[in-house]
Design a protein around this ligand. Sequence first.
Ligand code: FES
Length: 149
Amino acid sequence: MSELNDLYQEVILEHNKNPRNFREIADANHQADGHNPLCGDALRVYIDLEDGKVKDVAFKGSGCAISKASASMMTQAVKGKSKEEAEVLFEEFQKMVTGNLDIETDENHLGKLKIFAGVLEFPARVKCASLSWHTLHAALNEEETVSTE
Ligand code: FES
């Protein structure tokens, strides 16, 4: 686990410094605001869904390094995926950060997102890691706002 922890630190810092898809999509046909009431941080996820596929996805907002890195990697993970595939990733990610999916033994499609299994050791940060995923899920389902509570 310590190798995964080192990687976790490294990847979080890198994505926090240089977040991918950190921008607005002016004509996004799906978007939602996510809010973490524990800290007051909020972000907006923009999705351009075309023929049932995530053609483009981006985010804007303020948050800690974990929430920003998680949002950045989420956009990379779901871009080009179908809505259903993105929802599967949302569910698997949620299960992983809440200790309900064993990344070693349970079948999953998480790939690089597995580094966020590291938040399990820091329960207060689970909502940081899942904020963008909840917001993505809300946007895909035409909900305008979502809270991690
Ligand atoms: Fe606010 Fe992490 S401290 S999202």
